[in-house]
Design a protein around this ligand. Structure first.
Ligand SMILES: [Zn+2]
Length: 410
């Protein structure tokens, strides 16, 4: 079989990172009347490019399919809103943004972030591919255009609206199939002294904390600082500063400027993180090859826990129906025989079934009625918040299973 090509540099992809088998799209929750229909499964096989070090998945579905009716509304999480508000305050003062500035956010979702620029009287525009989500943003007073961002959109925007002083992209870079067109667009829309900031999950955290369930078909790329620097540099953007964030299990926020603008030197924080990645072997193929072993070991441990619980006649249910839960459950082969049902606060998901495993999703009240012995926490990154919410289940002796980084009972 001919090897696949790197989505950034077109080199042959010969190095496998992890093969999670065949999985359905993680956001395609199944309604009751479709349970007997065929369901498409695609390979979830991650590779790394030897040349530019981009860790990536093949694209099997069009971006249009993924983004056009996206179920995720950013404003559902209060912690995420606070994160956005803090960022807007910090970046506005750092860059001295005011009523004459122009801010553009790519994949602006429901206006969860730009609303804070609107409050400060800083002109801004959202670019969002999902029309239903863009409508929600407009109702909040956030000007939003429905478009896929890339070279063409960027040129058109610059012509109509002028150059941007700040371009923001939070958790979008991983989901862009044509990364070269996207980053080229950023370079084209950015003013000569403009800044772009991007947030994305950090590959180092994914590896160190075994977050293999954050791998799914909608995430095409997984960035180290090293690969991000290489890709941006190829499009005339210099990565001059970086912050490490707690979000999504550990993310990077990188600051970019046109390479021609030498007034902002590359910070010590960039140099020190780059050195850490190099020390840990991120230029070396061995660090990528090791990952699969720890993933397989976690699968065996989680299955042992669930099988033991079932052998003892215990009742096990899930909490949450996040996309990442579907990678975990499909890869481990966990269905209703091991996990009776899960509950989720998002009404869009209630009454539907998890893709692939067909585990039913109920409203949270169902968990109290069932009085389970074990609750498997699928959104493990919010485990502290969830265990606090479910503290009352301790009254009947319930315990929690946290699957990542290593399946444990708490
Ligand atoms: Zn490459």
């Amino acid at each position: 079989m001919k090897p696949d090509r790197c989505r950034h540099c077109s080199a042959d992809l010969t190095d496998s990172v992890v093969n999670l088998g065949m999985s359905p799209l993680c956001e395609s929750y199944v309604p009751a009347d479709k349970l007997d229909s065929m369901e498409p499964f695609y390979p979830l096989h991650v590779s790394v490019c030897r040349k530019c070090l981009l860790v990536q998945l093949n694209q099997y579905v069009s971006a249009d399919h993924i983004f056009s009716e996206y179920a995720y509304f950013s404003s559902f999480s209060s912690a995420w809103l606070k994160h956005a508000e803090d960022y807007v305050a910090a970046v506005s003062s750092r860059l001295g943004l005011g009523p004459k500035s122009f801010v553009v956010e790519l994949a602006s979702n429901d206006g969860y972030l730009l609303q804070y620029f609107v409050q400060r009287g800083i002109p801004c525009l959202g670019v969002e591919p999902a029309a239903n989500v863009a409508d929600v943003a407009r109702k909040k007073g956030v000007e939003t255009e429905v478009a896929f961002f890339g070279r063409e959109t960027a040129r058109d925007l610059r012509q109509r609206r002028g150059p941007a002083d700040l371009i923001i992209g939070n958790n979008v870079l991983a989901q862009v199939p044509d990364i070269n067109s996207f980053v080229d667009g950023v370079a084209a829309l950015l003013g000569p002294s403009g800044t772009a900031t991007f947030e994305f999950p950090h590959l180092m955290k994914l590896f160190e904390e075994n977050q293999f369930d954050t791998i799914y078909h909608e995430h095409f790329s997984y960035f180290s600082l090293l690969s991000a620097e290489t890709i941006f540099a190829a499009h005339g953007l210099t990565l001059f500063d970086v912050e490490e964030l707690w979000t999504h299990g550990g993310s990077l926020r990188v600051y970019l400027r046109p390479s021609a603008d030498a007034s902002r030197p590359v910070s010590d924080r960039v140099r020190s993180l780059r050195a850490r990645e190099e020390q840990d072997g991120y230029r070396d193929m061995a660090v990528y090859a090791r990952f699969e072993q720890q993933v397989r070991s976690t699968k065996r441990k989680l299955l042992s826990l669930l099988i033991d619980a079932k052998n003892q006649g215990k009742k096990v249910v899930g909490y949450g129906a996040p996309g990442k839960g579907n990678t975990l459950l499909n890869y481990c082969g966990i269905r209703e025989d091991l996990l009776e049902f899960t509950v989720d606060r998002n009404p869009y998901k209630q009454g539907k079934f998890l893709p692939g495993t067909h585990i039913p999703i109920h409203a949270p009240e169902r968990l109290d009625q069932a009085r389970p012995d074990y609750v498997l926490i699928l959104p493990w990154n919010f485990k502290d918040e969830i265990m606090k919410q479910l503290a009352h289940t301790r009254d009947w002796g319930a315990r929690f299973i946290v699957p990542i980084p290593e399946a444990t009972v708490v």
